[in-house]
Design a protein around this ligand. Sequence first.
Ligand SMILES: NC(=O)c1ccc[n+]([C@@H]2O[C@H](COP(=O)([O-])OP(=O)(O)OC[C@H]3O[C@@H](n4cnc5c(N)ncnc54)[C@H](O)[C@@H]3O)[C@@H](O)[C@H]2O)c1
Length: 257
Amino acid sequence: MSQSLRLQGRVALVTGGGSGIGQAAALAFARDGASVVVAGRREAALRDTVRLIHEQGGEALAVPTDVSDGGQVQALITATLTHFGRLDAAFNNAGVEGFSPISEMSEAEFDRVVATNLKGAWLSMKYELAAMTRAGHGGAIVNTSSWLTHGASVGSAAYSASKGGLDAMIRALALETGPHNIRINNVNPGIIDTPMAQRMGANEETLAPFVRLTPAGRVGKADDVGDVVAWLCSDEARFVTGQSLLVDGGFTIAGLR
Ligand SMILES: NC(=O)c1ccc[n+]([C@@H]2O[C@H](COP(=O)([O-])OP(=O)(O)OC[C@H]3O[C@@H](n4cnc5c(N)ncnc54)[C@H](O)[C@@H]3O)[C@@H](O)[C@H]2O)c1
């Protein structure tokens, strides 16, 4: 099999696939030959990703989904199996920011962050694993965690906890899924230039201190992460499971030394 078609014949699902890291991963999956299901809350953004995949000759389907709702996640898996017949790879990437000191964060805001970032990934894995296990052909799952599970920033308590929960969760799930030939890993991005980073005020000036601390000498681009996700879902990563992989240009080791 040629290197560029390492996911040929497979079906990959991406949540939060309408923008940023999710869109980059969806394009990487399609480039590697997979048919892609693009899920997320914003239908217009999903259609944009589907159009980009079609333009590069790939197959894709948009399925509007709120990952914090178990019924919608179940419907997403059903739509995937109905349309493409199987599910081989899943990237549970939908996430929300939510940064403020604990004294200023409401209970509702805490619940919103955890409902998408932690429970949303749990729900996604629950129903993806059921489909993969039932089919018996194995598979690979990747979730989006964060460099903040190693470090911290003021106001990151809820967000860090939601992502740290994911790092703990996959270690346990890797034990359950190994016998079914299903691998589970996380990517832990550093600072990546995406709509989320821009909403949080990222610009050349605010990012300069991070760039100074990053051995790679720049912040990340969405496809720096998307390409790693496609690799983790390929057979080239067949002996990698239960791992949380920093994709940060070295920022975390440099920033925390
Ligand atoms: N950009 C960074 O610096 C950075 C760093 C570490 C981790 N992350 C994580 O990367 C992931 C992708 O974020 P991004 O930076 O590409 O920003 P983004 O805002 O472009 O992507 C997040 C996507 O998730 C979707 N989404 C949010 N809530 C959802 C829900 N309940 N159901 C379905 N979809 C939902 C959004 O519509 C959006 O498309 C997130 O999990 C984020 O926490 C980002």
